[in-house]
Design a protein around this ligand. Sequence first.
Ligand SMILES: NC(=O)c1ccc[n+]([C@@H]2O[C@H](COP(=O)([O-])OP(=O)(O)OC[C@H]3O[C@@H](n4cnc5c(N)ncnc54)[C@H](O)[C@@H]3O)[C@@H](O)[C@H]2O)c1
Length: 304
Amino acid sequence: MKDLESKVAVITGGAAGIGREIALRFGQEGMKLVLADVEATVLEATVKELNERSIDAIGVVTDVAKLESVEALRDATLDAYGAVHVVCNNAGVGGGGGGHAWEHEMNDWRWAFDVNVLGVVHGINAFVPVLVAQDVEAHVINTSSHNGGFFPLPSTAIYAATKASVVTITEVLWAQLREIDSKVGASVLFPSGRSPGILNTGIWNSGRNRPAEYAQQNPREEPAGSALEKYKKAMEAAGRPVVFADLSEIADQVVEGIRADQFWIHPPSDLHDASILERAESMVARGTPDYMLARLDPPRTPKQ
Ligand SMILES: NC(=O)c1ccc[n+]([C@@H]2O[C@H](COP(=O)([O-])OP(=O)(O)OC[C@H]3O[C@@H](n4cnc5c(N)ncnc54)[C@H](O)[C@@H]3O)[C@@H](O)[C@H]2O)c1
């Protein structure tokens, strides 16, 4: 999909963080935007900011964990703009709360899977039939993560599992769209700046959006804002002060990825390439996933 001007894009989780940055970038391309988010106040402020920059955008309060809410988002999009061309299934939560895989509560798993996995499925279910029926160029971008998408971090069983699912779902979506010779493309995004650094977004404070229906019985969530502060302090103590990447670099990659019909959207990185290969080689060798040991706290070495 080369020509983005005047095309209609829906971005879930568009009020803040990476979604907001993609919205700003799409706006620069002259796209019409529908931002969907569960945080009504932040959504309103972001849409206002976009409109003040002369970007044609509306906001629709949406909970991606509910199919009927995403169907209402689709209907609101078609009512406002009459078509839809780009769908970014970007909304996500950090999910879960510390501890071992066998210690997470079922509501930790349910919340993260309902938002991060079923949120993407709902986006596909509600929008892809419309995209296919339009029979014009269109694109779906689903947001995964290095964590789970490339390899899992052992401390984050739930989040990594959700992001691995997003990769698989998107690979199948891509293949089935080819199977029907559709003009709709699909990509999976692994958010990362081109320059080094972590991403300073609300993901570190995802508990703010955790509905009561997924409450923990024995809460272990970090108090608001502290997860990033804790990480920064630990890194500084280890002599590796945290630097933040520029989120606009991710939005640039999304635009370039859509134009180039690139399936795997992530910037060049020798480190990540080596990690992907290490995991694939372990599978082919039919051994044990020794690459996980170096990521334990403290790291372990493989048994000889
Ligand atoms: N920040 C990172 O380091 C990082 C790395 C890899 C992948 N990601 C992924 O990028 C995506 C965007 O996250 P971010 O880092 O910008 O975090 P963020 O918290 O800043 O933004 C996520 C947005 O999603 C919204 N949201 C949460 N639950 C929702 C729901 N049920 N329905 C609708 N909207 C909901 C939030 O209100 C927020 O505006 C997520 O899928 C995340 O998993 C982030």
